[in-house]
Design a binder for this molecule. Structure first.
Ligand SMILES: [Zn+2]
Length: 119
C-alpha cells in the first residue's frame, strides 16, 4: 500500500530547502553517467507534490545530453537537489534526489535498478 509522507530536506549548506510528499516506492539506482558519478538516487513526483521552500535564487541549472532533464544544483555547495523534466507523454515531473531528504538512510530504501546507460 502506498504510504505517503511529507518529507523536508535540502542541499548541504542549507540554502536550498524543500518539502516533498512521496511514498518512496520507486527510488532509482541508475547506471547512467551522471547518476553514477554523483551517486544520485531519484524518486519521481508530480510538481504539485514538491515545494521549494528556500533557495530559489541559489539554484544553478545543469543541462546535458538531450537537455531533457534540468538538474537544479545549489550554486554554493554544489549538491544536485532535484531535477525538472518531462515524462514521455509530456507531463511535467520532478526528480528528487532522495539523499537530500532530512535524515534519510539510503541503506533502508528499496532501490529499483534503471539501465539509464543504455537508453
Ligand atoms: Zn547548498
Amino acid at each position: 500500500m502506498p504510504d505517503l509522507r511529507t518529507f523536508t530536506g535540502g542541499c548541504h549548506c542549507g540554502q536550498v530547502r524543500f518539502e516533498c510528499t512521496t511514498d518512496l516506492a520507486m527510488v532509482t539506482a541508475c547506471n547512467c553517467s551522471i547518476c553514477t558519478k554523483k551517486g544520485l538516487h531519484f524518486t519521481f513526483v508530480a510538481p504539485t507534490s514538491f515545494q521549494l521552500r528556500a533557495g530559489e535564487d541559489a539554484l544553478r541549472e545543469y543541462l546535458f545530453n538531450r537537455r531533457a532533464i534540468r538538474h537544479q544544483l545549489c550554486s554554493d555547495c554544489g549538491v544536485d537537489v532535484f531535477a525538472r523534466g518531462q515524462k514521455p507523454d509530456g507531463t511535467e515531473v520532478v526528480a528528487l534526489n532522495v539523499s537530500c531528504i532530512d535524515g534519510i538512510e539510503l541503506s533502508k530504501l528499496t532501490m529499483t535498478p534503471i539501465d539509464g546507460r543504455n537508453r
